[in-house]
Design a protein. Sequence first.
Length: 285
Amino acid sequence: MKKNALPVLPAVFPCPKMTSEISPSALAKWNSSIRASSQDDNTLSIFETIGQDWAGEGITAKRIGAILRSQEGKDITVNINSPGGDLFEGLTIYNQLREYAGKVTVKIVGLAASAASIIAMSGDEIQIGRSAFLMIHNTWGMAVGNRHDFAEIAEKMMPFDFAMRDVYVARTGMDEKMITAMMDNETWINGGEAVEKGFADTFLPADSTQQDNASPTAALRKIDSLLAKANTPRAERRRLLKALQGDMPGAITPYQGTPSATHEVSSETVTQLDNALHRLVSIPH
């Protein structure tokens, strides 16, 4: 279906008591080493979690917007292998791709979970690997406050759940109640089911993906998630991760301005980052 037939999504969350966080189940099932086997100058790759990271980079609407402007309306391919992340960045990116002048072909090469599944719906054509997965669920985040605050937060989350539901309904033609039940139950959808139910149009060719070395960026993301689960404030998490990154020269390769949303990283520090993760697990919180 043409992407401009899809609904526009709200992209501002008016609730300072809540922050959008990545789902632990999606992060645990994400194989960050899956990549597209080839790409060209008109390819946009989303191979990280959604939202700003500790270094001020990451898959953000600002970054995607700059890449899309550089494409000047040419047809593009969007490769996705992401466990999701910041829903509200994801909603904005969905709107950006939906409004893009050229044809958008989405290729789900590994996982498109949570916010990444919404981004995946923005294509004129959606292709998925037979062994790839989509995951859909309701708005996920972290909040603080008393019972009145939580009641307010729950009320303000509902319109976003309904908006995401409407996108899935428009894409698949499925009944609203069925989509709502799938979101309520956090549903994992394999490649075959995705094509059968209308979440994707066709399968990717068998040779469209490859396995790269484990990503140090993904290891840092998992450390970030672990610290978040331990109620470490976001500012403190960024400080710790910057310090960890600074202790390992070459962990991150500088961005070269190519039309890719994901920074390439060196594989040399994977073992060090894994060891750091295990050390953090053992720290009492």
